[in-house]
Design a protein around this ligand. Sequence first.
Ligand code: PMP
Length: 386
Amino acid sequence: MATRAIAPGYPQFFSRADGCRVWDADGNEYIDFMCAWGPNVLGYRHPNVEAAVMKQLREVDSGNGPTETLIELAETLTDTLDHADWCLFQKNGTDATTACVTIARAGTGRRKVIMAKGAYHGAVPWCSPSVVGVTAEDRAHLMTFEWGDVASLDTAVAEAGDDLAAIILTAFRHDVGRDQEMATTDFLKAARAHCDRTGAMLICDDVRAGFRLDVRGSWAAQAVKPDLAAYSKAIANGWPLAAIAGSDRAREGAEKIFSTGSFWYGAAAMAAGLATIRILRDTDALAHTVVMGERLRSGLDQVAARHGFRLRQTGPVQMPMVLVDGDQDLRIGNALCLAALRHGVYLHPKHNMFLCAAHGPAEIDRAIEGVDAAFTEIVAAGVEHA
Ligand code: PMP
């Protein structure tokens, strides 16, 4: 049996994780650059986070209603995130993006939602990348535009007319299998201006980048504030939690909608979230991932060049996308990543990867050595340069 999202040749099951390392079911150890596809931001089994969870579990996890931990977490998030005046908690990123859309429609009384072509916002009919089991009616009011292209956004907004409920954007363009693109301030400001002019809601889907780029929210440095932002992945260092953080502009819609889930009051994950956000806010953990990301990027460039390859490394260094230049069918990238596994390094050939605070210089250098050995191996096996 294989878990379908994991490529053939990759370990399919895991037995242990610690810091920046994972062990597969056969006991092989890897330096991990997927970080559970994003949730691991501080290091697997971070002691402060685990202690907060264990303390909460001794008291109550899921009860008949929320605990004080929810209030403390909501206050911490609204204090930490630039745009936020209130929060609502769920379990998965898809819960949060979907509720953002529902809140925008409830608050505006309108239907149209504009998203970028190829962007990922979750695995439910309104936005899933697969249309299997999805009806046209599920997407009747979903419109698309070219990410980052202001003219294309203008056209979609004009088409939506007075029925525009929301524009939803990922923090930056992190689509699978292509170079990543940061959001320019002009693009974000254009989206903000459309929402201000039309009364629509600007939604930042910060599920993947949130609490990795900037603890204040991924657009904070550009001073563009969303009305609603969706978080999950890194918010609780691997414990199941998602959140919507909204501004007062979006509060009315949030107060109107029906929203609930069996485990949404679960306090253990909220305790994990509280501990995680405090560490991210009060330490240099994220700055450290940037330094390590730069070390990895330059090391990989040097190793690739030594073997006669050129890499296209894009996106934030702490969320690296590494593609081999000219490798249209990913033949080289796939062979390289499989060889890297044999040298104890867990990479992804076409999805952005993730660094965590537990990656230190020794692990980064060890990973670069592993990739060096992997290049030697694939060249010896006859993988040709593109
Ligand atoms: N939005 C983005 C940008 C994501 O990366 C993801 C998860 N990869 C989601 C939404 C959906 O999150 P989840 O898988 O937790 O439902």
